[in-house]
Design a protein around this ligand. Structure first.
Ligand code: C5P
Length: 216
């Protein structure tokens, strides 16, 4: 007899603008999981660095991370490309990664009681933050499609940016995320590859749902 697992942990890693966030959100909603977009933490720190340059030191940052509030984080929109680029630079910092580690682990392993588990997406989730996840996915799409999607997203938000700038930024970010020494983006052997290039949002959701349903 199949027993339904009570608590599930989903870990997703992906390069920028591959559609992982949209997918993680719909999966989390469907299975009632706490969703954490871990990139937002790095974006928030990058935003602070850009806008509060003078105050940006270890002590100030430590306090900010200690007071990090999940609801507030979920409600912030830090989608600009400048913030994303700065985020991938500060994400190489050992001290910063250490500071945000326990916040992510707490969300993954101890979400509020109303949830039946957690779903985190980022760059090092499958092998560092939730290495024992029940489901691991590596979500990707080809470079031009990712740039097109991010460009459309930024246009919807009325950001002044050209397609070629977006493409350039994604290439820069991929280079930095895949090649850094600390917590690089990689597909682990036990992660299922989901290529969203030619799939609609609904098709991606159904593909992952099928995999999860078969195994819970
Ligand atoms: O996911 P998003 O594009 O918002 O992430 C912004 C940047 O934060 C990434 O390019 C990456 O360098 C960094 N990041 C990370 N580890 C994570 C999530 C994001 O290094 N778990």
């Amino acid at each position: 007899m199949k027993h339904k697992k009570k608590f599930i942990k989903i870990a997703i890693d992906s390069p920028a603008a591959a559609g992982a966030g949209t997918l993680a959100k719909s999966i989390s909603k469907h299975y009632n999981l706490l969703y954490l977009d871990t990139g937002k933490i790095y974006r928030m720190i990058a935003f602070i660095k850009i806008n509060q340059k003078k105050k940006f030191n270890k002590k100030f940052l430590k306090k900010k991370i200690e007071n990090l509030n999940l609801k507030k984080l979920q409600n912030t929109r830090l989608l600009s490309d400048d913030v994303g680029t700065e985020a991938s630079l500060i994400a190489k910092n050992k001290y910063i990664r250490k500071l945000v580690h326990s916040f992510q682990v707490n969300c993954a392993y101890r979400p509020p009681k109303k949830f039946k588990g957690s779903c985190l997406d980022g760059r090092d989730i499958t092998y560092k933050i939730v290495p024992d996840a029940d489901f691991k996915f590596f979500v990707t799409a080809n470079l031009k499609i990712r740039a097109k999607r991010r460009f459309a997203e930024l246009k919807r938000l009325k950001k002044k940016i050209t397609y070629s700038e977006v493409l350039k930024n994604i290439i820069k970010r991929d280079k930095s995320d895949y090649n850094r020494r600390l917590s690089p983006l990689k597909r682990t052997k036990d992660s299922i590859l989901i290529n969203t290039s030619n799939l609609s949002k609904r098709a991606c959701f159904l593909k992952i749902k099928k995999i999860i349903d078969k195994n819970i």
